[in-house]
Write a protein that binds this ligand. Structure first.
Ligand SMILES: Nc1ncnc2c1ncn2[C@@H]1O[C@H](COP(=O)(O)OP(=O)(O)OP(=O)(O)O)[C@@H](O)[C@H]1O
Ligand SMILES: [Mg+2]
Length: 281
């Protein structure tokens, strides 16, 4: 359970996030939408401690996220995985090693330096790649994969952390519609099958509607909508996208048109081995 209380972040005189108060129960899939500059990334980055609030607090259970230091902060980075628009893989390393890097926060410094991943960790990494339908790329340099494949590697790496929360900052903004659907389906599966809380920034309305049980709309740093897809009326859409400057709402900027036939999908069926289930087996 996340509790945001009057979370504010200023950059000089600019207020990027303005007094946000929210509760997010464990296990939700939340989409954050809003125009460019609305404060979506800044809000996510404060959860992951890539930025800190100027005032206000973010709590997760009994942890005061904004105050964590040292070992507690490392534990938080293990519990809270982040996926980026540009994947953030190590391009020259092979896919399997990139995925195994997700284990680093679980390991001692010595074994990390010697880079001795255990047999169990390697099995877990292969299972994560299989789950995402890209096990055949395991030995390729990550930089040689397509964007959609690279984002799936990033998700597999996140799963290796055995996180409680996955944050994703526009995970499909660089992808074509087929890969966008594969990646969003993977995030949904992580949420539904593993019970992991997923909070994702999305620049398109239709993706948020299709995948997120809860949608948070931001405008000028503030939460101006918080509800289900059904509650996202055209009036609410205008509040989110039309608030700044009264600009004409252009539906095309809010749509990626993910409408790929299911048969084209390569996701593994439900019931295949979860890397989470394998760990400790
Ligand atoms: N490090 C920074 N220094 C100065 N200003 C910043 C910084 N990071 C964000 N901002 C400003 O804060 C505001 C919110 O930015 P943010 O990146 O959170 O928006 P966003 O909703 O993620 O936008 P986009 O959809 O373009 O990614 C913007 O006006 C931005 O210019
Ligand atoms: Mg952003």
């Amino acid at each position: 359970m996340f509790e945001f209380r009057n979370v504010t972040r200023q950059f000089g005189s600019k207020t990027a996030v303005d007094s946000v108060t929210l509760d997010i129960p464990a296990g939700q899939m939340v989409g954050i939408i809003g125009r460019s500059g609305a404060g979506k990334s800044t809000l996510l980055r404060m959860i992951n401690r890539l930025a800190d609030p100027t005032s206000g607090s973010i709590r997760f259970g009994d942890r005061n996220v904004s105050q964590l230091k040292g070992a507690d902060l490392r534990r938080w980075h293990r519990d809270c995985a982040m996926i980026f628009q540009q994947f953030n893989l190590v391009p020259r390393l092979d896919v399997l090693t990139n995925v195994l890097l997700g284990r680093l926060n679980h390991r001692s410094t010595v074994s990390s330096i010697l880079s001795m991943f255990t047999r169990e960790e390697r099995i877990m990494a292969i299972a994560a790649l299989e789950r995402l339908g890209i096990e055949q790329t395991a030995l390729q340099p990550a930089g040689t994969l397509s964007g959609g494949q690279q984002q799936r590697v990033a998700i597999a790496r996140a799963l290796m952390q055995e996180p409680k929360v996955v944050l994703a900052d526009e995970p499909i903004a660089s992808l074509d519609p087929l890969n966008a659907k594969i990646v969003m389906d993977a995030l949904k599966s992580i949420n539904e099958r593993d019970g992991i809380t997923v909070i994702t920034n999305l620049h398109t309305l239709d993706t948020a509607r299709a995948y997120c049980q809860r949608i948070i709309g931001m405008a000028a740093g503030r939460v101006v909508f918080d509800g289900s897809a059904d509650e996202l009326t055209s009036e609410a859409v205008h509040r989110i996208y039309g608030a700044a400057g009264g600009a004409e709402l252009d539906e095309t900027i809010t749509s990626t048109s993910i409408n790929v036939p299911v048969a084209a999908m390569k996701m593994q069926p439900a019931g295949s081995i979860s890397p989470l289930a394998l760990h400790g087996a």
